[in-house]
Each structure stands twice: as structure tokens, then as C-alpha cells.
Design a protein around this ligand. Structure first.
Ligand code: AHM
Ligand code: MG
Length: 334
């Protein structure tokens, strides 16, 4: 059988399954095109002069890398003129970006973390782009930040592109999870995994163990029990992985199962967590749920959380269903 490109998959989602309107299909094509060009920039590395810091900070007070800024610009430029979008929001921009008046306005809102895992850029470890698409609320003239503040369950498309040994685009439009691998000779994304499923059980967890002394009791208990292995209450040995790129950690979980946690901790107790709800946790949570997994903040399903700010942070526990339910259950007992 001939290879199925991203374009063909999206056309089928529109025409045969009636899952997505034409505008959303075209918008996703543009996002994929932007990811291709970010992938090229990432690949060039030092040869393209794209490594290192940019001497600037984003709204979260984090030092921006050159590639954070390049990726943000690529996504803005690719998406502003197509006529499918009303506005965009990014980890790297304080406020929302309205589509300029000279271009037609569309019905969708696009949110992204242009380059997730920035600490891995200079050391040649996998990084990625995360994106989430929402529908602009009806009846509004113009767009405000308020229009973006929709719960994750309202997303109409979500995905990420991981720039690793291969460049892989992972997508959901609410019809399961599919993976496309970039064929560099052809310049197109080719469908390589369909109906992605996360096994309900796992023996692998991902958490930054250096923060252990700052965790709260339910997280300490869960990880403590995993560490006791065969001799402990879980009766089995666990393995650990921590890439420090959420995209790469989630990609592993979608590929072979596991649980990923970036929980609230006592370092900065006023912060709900490190990761951002709207353009990191929401799209990843929807992908994970679409693949049969679960995602909570320890208490509540992430996709049910009502955001109150664009750059809101959240505690994240996601992956294999039985493990996420277990650690969420430990929070309920506190
Ligand atoms: P970033 O969006 O600034 O790159 O930060 C998010 C990243 C996640 O990809 C990753 O899971 C986490 O930060 C790693 O944090 P830490 O360095 O504390 O382990
Ligand atoms: Mg990020």
C-alpha cells in the first residue's frame, strides 16, 4: 500500500470521517510546515549559528535560547497569513498575538510552546514543539486573552513534534493518536503509527529525583514504593528515565508506556507546578487520554481545569492509567 502522508490523513479526517472542517485541516498543515522548518534549524545546530542564549528573558523570567526565539518566529510567520486563525499565544510571548488586520481572520486560536526542553538544545538531546488548537468563542468581535481561557477538553486539535534522532509529529483531532515521521528526502510527514495505545500498567516512571526532598507526601509515597521494587508493596522492580524535555518523555510514554510527573513542590509553594497548563499540560493530556492513558494534577483531571491565566502553571501526572490513578488516589487520602 502506498504511504499515507499527513496531508492525506487530514483530508480523510475531513472528507470521510467528518471529524475536522477544511479550515482546521489547513491550519494543521501550516503548523506541520513550521515544525519542518524548525527541525531544519535544530539539525543545523552550531553550523547554523543557532545554539546558545539570546540575552533575553520570557514572561516567566526564564533566559531565552536563540532557538526558542527562532522557533517562535517561524510559528508566528507561518500561521499569521493563512486566514485560519484569529490569534496565537506562546510560552515565549507575554500576551496574545492578534493576526494583523491586513490578513483575513479565521475562527481558531493556536497556542504553542515553540521549543520545549530548552535546556537540552545545546547538548544535542531531543527537544520539541507542543501545540494546542481552540475554537474562538462565537459572537465575539476581536479577540482577547479571555477567549483563550478554555478548559483543555475544549481543544479541537493538539500535538507535538519531537526533534530527536527522527523528527516525529504526533497528533490528535479527537480520533485517537497518530504519529508521522519526517521523510527528509520527500520533505513530507509520513504516517508511521496509528491507533497509538498506552499500556495501562508500567514499570517505568519519569520524575526529576533531585527535587525529592521538596515533594509532598503522596508523591513521596508513590515514588518511595516504586523504589522498593520487588521487595516492596508493589512487588515489582521499576526503571527510571528523565530526559528533561517533556516532549521526549511523553513520546516514550506514548511508545512504550510509563508515568511522567512534574508535581507541585515546596521550592516555590505559591506556584501550582513548573509546567504550563495551556500549551504544555493540556495538549499532552489530551494526547495521553486519546491513547487510553490518564492525566491529572493529583486531584483533578487536567482537561477539566478552568484556566484563569494564559501562562498558568499546573502540577502534572500523566501516562499509564493504573499508575496515574494510583498516585491520584494517594492524594485523595491526604
Ligand atoms: P521549557 O518549556 O522552558 O523547556 O521547560 C519545560 C521543561 C519540560 O520539557 C521538562 O519536563 C522540564 O522543563 C524539565 O525541568 P527540570 O529541568 O526541572 O528537570
Ligand atoms: Mg516547555
Amino acid at each position: 500500500m502506498s504511504k499515507i502522508s499527513l496531508s492525506r490523513y487530514l483530508v480523510e479526517q475531513q472528507r470521510e470521517k467528518g471529524h475536522i472542517p477544511a479550515d482546521l485541516r489547513l491550519l494543521l498543515e501550516v503548523v506541520a510546515r513550521a515544525c519542518k522548518s524548525i527541525s531544519h534549524a535544530v539539525n543545523k545546530g552550531a553550523l547554523g549559528g543557532v545554539l546558545g542564549s539570546a540575552d533575553s528573558e520570557n514572561v516567566q523570567g526564564e533566559v531565552q535560547k536563540k532557538l526558542d526565539i527562532i522557533a517562535n518566529e517561524v510559528l508566528l510567520e507561518a500561521n499569521e497569513w493563512g486566514g485560519h486563525l484569529a490569534a496565537m499565544a506562546s510560552e515565549e510571548m507575554d500576551s496574545i498575538y492578534l493576526v494583523p488586520n491586513r490578513y483575513p481572520q479565521g475562527e481558531y486560536l493556536l497556542l504553542f510552546d515553540p521549543l520545549d526542553g530548552s535546556s537540552n538544545i545545546d547538548v544535542n538531546v531531543s527537544i520539541g514543539t507542543i501545540f494546542s488548537v481552540l475554537k474562538k468563542p462565537e459572537g465575539n468581535q476581536g479577540v482577547t486573552e479571555q477567549d483563550f481561557l478554555q478548559a483543555g477538553k475544549q481543544q479541537v486539535a493538539a500535538g507535538y513534534c519531537v526533534y530527536g534522532p527522527q523528527t516525529t509529529l504526533v497528533l490528535t483531532v479527537g480520533d485517537g493518536v497518530v504519529m508521522f515521521t519526517l521523510d527528509r528526502e520527500q520533505g513530507s510527514f509520513v504516517l508511521t503509527h496509528e491507533n497509538v495505545q498506552i499500556p495501562a500498567d508500567t514499570q517505568e516512571f519519569a520524575i526529576n529525583m533531585s527535587n525529592m526532598r521538596h515533594w509532598d507526601e503522596p508523591v513521596s509515597r508513590y515514588i518511595g514504593e516504586c523504589l522498593q521494587g520487588k521487595e516492596g508493596p508493589r512487588g515489582k522492580d521499576f526503571n527510571m528515565r528523565w530526559i528533561a524535555s517533556m516532549v521526549a518523555d511523553v513520546h516514550r510514554i506514548l511508545t512504550r508506556g510509563g508515568v511522567f510527573m512534574y508535581p507541585w513542590d515546596k521550592r516555590e509553594p505559591h506556584k501550582a507546578g513548573k509546567l504550563r497548563l495551556m500549551y504544555e499540560a493540556n495538549p499532552m493530556s489530551w494526547l495521553v487520554e486519546q491513547a487510553g492513558g490518564a492525566a491529572t494534577n493529583g486531584k483533578t483531571r487536567i482537561l477539566d481545569l478552568q484556566p484563569s491565566q494564559l501562562h498558568e502553571r499546573v502540577s502534572v501526572m500523566l501516562g499509564s492509567k493504573n499508575e496515574v490513578e494510583r498516585v491520584t488516589g494517594y492524594h485523595a487520602k491526604v
